[in-house]
Write a protein that binds this ligand. Structure first.
Ligand SMILES: [Fe+2]
Length: 265
């Protein structure tokens, strides 16, 4: 099996602007590892409140990204690096009209709900984004506390045109039991559009899309692995239509077996 050119559209490598990479060295070390793993396209997505889209903080992020981009071109030329944001939907009146803030050229915007919790009005939050002319890419839908009980919202969000972007680490339980169960349920009923890393360039938040590709391939879901970590994230960036992902039940991946071996479970 050959690894396709992998794409990561959600990670936190701009140094010193959020809870991701602390400095340029951390960011370059992680991008060098990405290069080695065959992750060819990376859009780094610092946290930004939707209410701060026009603030000075965004200027600081863009300046720090320019430094990172220069150094990355020298240190890991095999990785194509871009900038977007992970917008926290904190303001129903946020002005999201600036067309330069999205993921690539595709008219898609990476968004998250505040506090890693299901919002009181989960459709209203995404309507703000759709009304501004974007297709929302919902970051880690499996991680919002309470989503397992309210699982019907996943289908509703997709009906609204939102794309569901799992965190790689949720597959093997990095974000806890509820996130892992919901991630697997979404994979089993074809509710996932793509997988990204949400890598924070820190030892406890260093999952990669290559690990997700390995995990799914090992579990017998090679077609899904290729779509979720290569073809579909590339389509998000280019604006092309995504390919529907067939059901996949990755219940016997190597990470599960490794964990069982280590814990004797
Ligand atoms: Fe993130």
């Amino acid at each position: 099996m050959s690894v396709p050119p992998l794409v990561d559209i959600h990670c936190h490598f701009v140094p010193g602007v959020d809870d991701g990479a602390r400095d340029l060295d951390d960011a370059i070390a992680q991008l060098t590892e990405y290069d080695r793993l065959g992750i060819r396209t990376v859009v780094t997505t610092p946290h930004l409140a939707a209410s701060a889209v026009h603030g000075r903080w965004r200027d600081d992020i863009e300046a720090a990204f320019a430094d990172l981009s220069r150094e990355a071109a020298r240190a890991c030329p095999g990785v194509h690096l871009g900038l977007s944001f992970e917008f926290r939907l904190d303001d129903p009146d946020a002005d999201l009209s600036d067309r330069s803030i999205g993921l690539g050229e595709g008219g898609r915007l990476l968004v998250e709900f505040p506090m890693l919790a299901m919002p009181a009005y989960p459709d209203r939050m995404l309507e703000i984004v759709v009304t501004a002319g974007w297709a929302p890419v919902l970051a880690h839908p499996e991680r919002y506390s309470g989503v397992e009980r309210a699982y019907g919202w996943v289908a509703r969000w997709r009906e609204m045109g939102a794309l569901m972007c799992l965190n790689a680490g949720s597959l093997w339980g990095e974000h806890g039991g509820e996130a892992q169960r919901v991630a697997r349920r979404m994979l089993a009923d074809s509710s996932v559009d793509l997988i990204a890393s949400d890598n924070h360039a820190r030892p406890n938040r260093a999952a990669t899309v290559r690990q997700a590709w390995d995990y799914l391939t090992e579990a017998g879901c090679e077609e899904q692995a290729n779509l979720l970590t290569a073809a579909n994230p590339a389509a998000v960036l280019s604006g092309e239509r995504l390919t529907a992902v067939p059901p996949c039940e990755p219940r016997s991946g190597w990470m599960d077996r490794l964990r069982r071996a280590l814990t004797g479970g």
